[in-house]
Design a protein around this ligand. Structure first.
Ligand code: FNR
Length: 368
């Protein structure tokens, strides 16, 4: 029998339930990583190489782990990252994530390839609720410009351009499960002429422009006032270049291990990036986010100690939504808040601004 929701005590528990109850094709699309899934596994296990150096005898009676991301105040330093095809897991789709994000005062990033239409997802938000847009850049820039302008008009507060997917990775689990129902929004965003024998991912990605390059970035900056963030940066040289071209943020990410296998985990890249930025005194010139494998509040705390402004979480909310709908997403977010309060207390920090590199021991990361 399916465990009741109250038997899910952490984010991994939702995955175990989802695996049992989801349709095979949906499970294959959500759970898969590229090739041998080494990067996907490493995303999570890299956090296990970082240990805490807790402080004692600081007043931790009241814990406040609220922070700001791109100027928006949030309850806890994570956001719901963009994951395509929400209706594969739940017939209501991404609007469930919108409602969960609202309840916990966190930001939702809306995917270009959502199953619900962009407007449905924006309409599902309440007044003042902040959403961002994840952008796959279309070969036809007129389409892309329309998407950006529309998002800005509808109040989106950040444009996350995905830069790690000039071609979609091979997710073999997904390719094996023949895929038929892509969801309504995909046609509108340019995913026609699909080859459905190649799995969900390949079926919807043919419009993405592989010629996208650094020279295009000024154009994006010129067509919108939304902050622009590059999602999928993987080396310090590119963080520096991002600062130089004038974008407001980067997400150190390998797309949840779904693109280049043997890309390093975001947290490991962060540990490499921040010392270089601090050396130049550039750490405040850009907001740095990390995603991939974040499953515990301790993972979040580690990323913040190392200098991230926040973390993105993807699959756990998909699994919670697929297994239990909105109550599942609600519980997953509440579990993270509960874990956060306890672990902040146990490391001796009552506020986010007290998290710094001295709070972690990173000698287990193979940086040098
Ligand atoms: C993704 N991700 C993603 N990223 C993006 O920029 N555009 C997209 O359409 C998608 N779609 C997508 C679908 C599914 C099913 C997954 C699991 C992921 C990547 C996502 O934004 C994020 O980088 C990872 O999901 C983070 O890793 P975790 O939290 O899933 O381990």
């Amino acid at each position: 029998r399916m465990p009741i929701l109250e038997q899910c005590y952490n984010l991994m528990d939702f995955e175990a339930v989802a695996r049992r109850v989801m349709k095979k094709t949906a499970w294959a699309y959500y759970s898969s990583g590229a090739d041998d899934e080494i990067t996907m596994r490493e995303n999570h296990s890299a956090y296990h190489k970082i240990w805490f150096r807790p402080r004692i005898l600081h007043d931790v009676e009241k814990i406040d782990f609220s922070t700001t991301m791109l100027g928006t105040k949030v309850d806890i330093p994570f956001y719901v990252t963009a994951t395509a095809l929400g209706k594969l897991g739940n017939p209501e789709g991404e609007v469930i994530l919108t409602r969960g994000a609202r309840k916990h005062n966190v930001i939702q990033m809306i995917p270009t390839l959502a199953s619900c239409s962009f407007d449905e997802i924006v309409d599902a938000a309440e007044d003042g609720q902040v959403q961002w847009l994840q952008l796959y850049v279309n070969k036809d820039r007129a389409i892309t410009e329309r998407i950006i302008k529309h998002a800005e008009k509808r109040g989106c507060k950040g444009l996350f351009i995905t830069v790690d997917a000039p071609q979609l990775g091979r997710r073999e689990k997904d390719m094996r499960s023949k895929f038929s129902d892509v969801g309504s929004n995909v046609q509108e965003t340019g995913g026609e002429n699909t080859d459905r024998s190649q799995g969900a991912a390949r079926a919807i990605s043919s419009f993405i422009d592989p010629s996208l390059n650094w020279n295009d970035i000024p154009w994006f900056l010129s067509v919108t006032k939304m902050p622009i963030i590059l999602k999928g940066v993987q080396r310090v040289e590119d963080v520096i270049r991002a600062i130089e071209v004038g974008v407001q943020g980067v997400v150190l990410s390998n797309h949840g291990g779904r693109q280049l296998d043997f890309a390093r985990s975001g947290i490991e890249v962060l540990a490499e990036v921040m010392p270089v930025l601090r050396e130049r005194n550039w750490q405040d010139r850009i907001e740095i986010y990390v995603d991939g494998g974040v499953r515990r509040a301790t993972d979040m705390i580690k990323a913040l100690c190392l200098g991230a402004k926040g973390v993105g979480i993807g699959r756990p909310f998909l699994f919670a939504m697929s297994a239990y709908g909105l109550p599942g997403v609600d519980r997953a977010m509440q579990l993270l808040k509960d874990e956060m309060e306890m672990n902040m207390r146990l490391i001796g920090c009552s506020r986010i601004d007290q998290l710094n590199p001295t709070m972690v021991d990173t000698r287990g990361l193979s940086m040098h």
